[in-house]
Design a binder for this molecule. Structure first.
Ligand SMILES: Nc1ncnc2c1ncn2[C@@H]1O[C@H](COP(=O)(O)OP(=O)(O)OP(=O)(O)O)[C@@H](O)[C@H]1O
Length: 243
């Protein structure tokens, strides 16, 4: 359970995030959408413990968040893979820096690469992979430490439409399987509606939550082709108009 209470983040005299309140339940998915500069990444990095609030607080599982947690994984837009390490080494990294035994790491890396269908890329370097494959490697690396919270900042923006939909479905399956909470920043209304059990619409100057929209169809695999999906997209678009 994440409890964000009156969270304010300021740079100089500018409030980038103004007195934001939000509670995120265990195993919930939140999609965050809004125009450029409205504070989406600031909110995400605050939940990651990477940005210190100017005032207010974030509690995770009853504990005040004062620094990044081991149980939180973050995936950034550029995937953050280390170019000089191969797929195996990139995925293993969170465990190898914690000194976990090699045989344990090997089993976990192999299981994840199989689950994400990238086992054949195990010895390749990031530059030798497609965007979708790099994204899968980043997801495998994020999951290997068995996080309870996965934070993603526009991770699919560089992917073409078909791969993007595949990745969205993959994330929904992983969310079901691993029982983790997910906070996902996106510029795409369709993506927010597919991935968010609740969709947070933000507005800038100062950055704040304008509306929280509950998605009653979340998790329905056929949802993308249904009228209800398009109806909800229109609803989110209307909330974003005039911001
Ligand atoms: N380190 C910083 N110093 C000063 N201002 C900053 C800093 N980081 C972010 N900002 C400002 O804070 C505001 C919110 O930035 P943030 O990256 O959170 O927005 P965003 O909604 O994620 O934007 P985008 O959709 O373009 O990624 C912007 O106006 C940005 O210029």
């Amino acid at each position: 359970m994440i409890e964000i209470n009156k969270l304010t983040v300021s740079y100089g005299s500018k409030d980038v995030l103004a007195a934001t309140d939000l509670a995120i339940a265990d195993h919930e998915t939140i999609a965050v959408i809004g125009p450029s500069g409205c504070g989406k990444s600031t909110l995400l990095y605050s939940i990651a413990g990477l940005i210190k609030p100017t005032s207010g607080s974030i509690m995770i599982n009853g504990k005040s968040l004062l620094e990044p947690r081991m149980e939180t994984s973050v995936i950034l837009q550029d995937y953050g893979l280390l170019p000089w390490k191969n797929v195996y080494q990139n995925v293993a990294l969170p465990l190898s820096i914690r000194g976990v035994a090699k045989s344990v790491i090997e089993d976990k890396v192999n299981a994840l690469l199989n689950a994400l269908h990238i086992e054949e890329q195990i010895n390749k370097f990031p530059v030798q992979l497609s965007g979708g494959q790099q994204q899968r490697v980043a997801i495998a690396r994020a999951l290997i430490a068995e996080p309870d919270l996965l934070l993603m900042d526009e991770p699919f923006s560089a992917l073409d439409a078909t791969v993007r939909e595949e990745m969205q479905d993959l994330i929904l399956n992983l969310h079901q399987e691993h029982k983790l909470s997910l906070v996902f920043v996106t510029h795409s209304i369709e993506e927010a509606v597919i991935l968010g059990k609740r969709i947070i619409v933000m507005q800038p100057n100062p950055g704040q939550i304008k509306r929280i929209i509950t998605n009653p169809h979340f998790g329905d695999v056929k949802f993308r082709n249904e009228f209800a999906f398009h109806k909800l997209c229109v609803h989110v678009r209307q909330e974003m108009e005039g911001i």
